[in-house]
Design a protein around this ligand. Structure first.
Ligand SMILES: Nc1ncnc2c1ncn2[C@@H]1O[C@H](COP(=O)(O)OP(=O)(O)OP(=O)(O)O)[C@@H](O)[C@H]1O
Ligand SMILES: [Mg+2]
Length: 307
């Protein structure tokens, strides 16, 4: 289904200044990073830190004020106009938070569209589109219109659309933002499969720690600068060794203690809510955050083996 593998992506001293009436904002202040084939990299950081800007410059949606973007042998920062359009169409698959399906086309027709735009015949596009819908688990819903699909299913169709021209590079900006945890997991599973199974280069921006914990590396952006890089597993490892006592226990024991702490905090929160110390909204937001944390920790425990 895919012929092309991933591609090496390198950004050097990347600067982006947005000018608008009455001022300008430096959204990226010199970012240098690389992204490899077969790797799912996650970009995290506060709102306004420059995540979308970075993704847009790599994907050729916008051009940098300074610095370079290399995608394989392509100097993306030098491309303009039609060349940039062609680069995007043939090399990059975009998945956004806002679903960009065409409402008057079926799922199959939506997925066929990019290949047809690239000059592939209708018959061949349809064959490929069906394979892609199968990959995202929606072959049986190929003839549905977007409004006849759930939000999670629409997002999976959008991923199939992004894959239509066999891109080497997949860029996903908050792809799970509007999804519940099961649908978010489906989307992340597909992105993981594209990187680890098909060797694609996948770059994802997210606020969601449940998503981040499933990626291969996390880059942290703050105020337009890259301030650090961690491997998801190191997040937990860093806990070990903070004190001599903790240093002597295993990673899985540390995680088990953390899970127990989170469970206690959930019970305390429930108690506070019963005693009217929290509004329903505060209670709901706190407990759902804690439950997510527990889920992520439990998953981590399973992934390292709890023996
Ligand atoms: N078209 C634009 N014109 C002017 N300023 C912009 C434009 N796009 C983004 N910015 C500014 O650039 C900075 C970085 O924005 P960006 O969208 O990259 O952040 P982000 O990390 O993706 O945030 P979020 O998590 O909210 O999506 C912000 O200060 C933002 O206000
Ligand atoms: Mg953004």
């Amino acid at each position: 289904m895919f012929v092309k593998s991933g591609v090496s992506v390198e950004v050097r001293d990347l600067v982006k200044i947005y000018k608008y009436k009455g001022g300008e904002v430096q959204a990226l202040k010199g970012v240098t990073a690389s992204f490899g084939p077969g790797t799912l990299t996650c970009v995290m950081g506060p709102s306004g830190s420059g995540k979308t800007t970075l993704l847009n410059l790599i994907g050729g949606i916008d051009t940098p004020t300074g610095g370079e973007v290399h995608v394989g042998g392509i100097k993306v920062h030098t491309l303009r106009g039609v060349e940039l359009d062609k680069y995007r169409l043939m090399n990059v698959g975009f998945v956004f938070q806002a679903l960009n399906l065409i409402p008057t086309l079926t799922a199959l027709e939506n997925v066929m569209l990019p290949a047809q735009m690239a000059g592939v015949s209708r018959q061949e596009s349809a064959k490929r589109a069906l394979e892609l819908l199968r990959l995202v688990g929606l072959a049986d819903k190929a003839s549905r219109y977007p409004e006849e699909l759930s939000g999670g299913e629409q997002q999976r169709v959008a991923i199939a659309v992004a894959l239509a021209n066999d891109p080497s590079l997949i860029i996903a900006d908050e792809p799970t933002a509007e999804l519940d945890s099961q649908n978010a997991k489906n989307v992340v599973d597909i992105l993981v499969k594209l990187a680890r199974g098909y060797g694609k280069t996948v770059i994802l921006a997210t606020h969601d720690p449940r998503v981040a914990v499933n990626t291969d590396r996390i880059l942290r952006l703050e105020d337009g600068r890259l301030v650090g890089e961690v491997k998801p597993i190191d997040l937990e490892k860093s806990v070990v060794g903070t004190t001599p006592r903790e240093a002597s226990v295993t990673l899985s024991e540390v995680i088990k203690v953390k899970i127990a702490n989170v469970e206690k905090e959930i019970r305390d929160t429930e108690e506070m809510f019963r005693n009217n110390k929290l509004t329903a909204e505060e209670f709901y937001s706190k407990v759902s955050r804690l439950r997510l944390m527990k889920e992520a920790l439990t998953e981590l425990l399973t992934s390292i083996g709890s023996s």
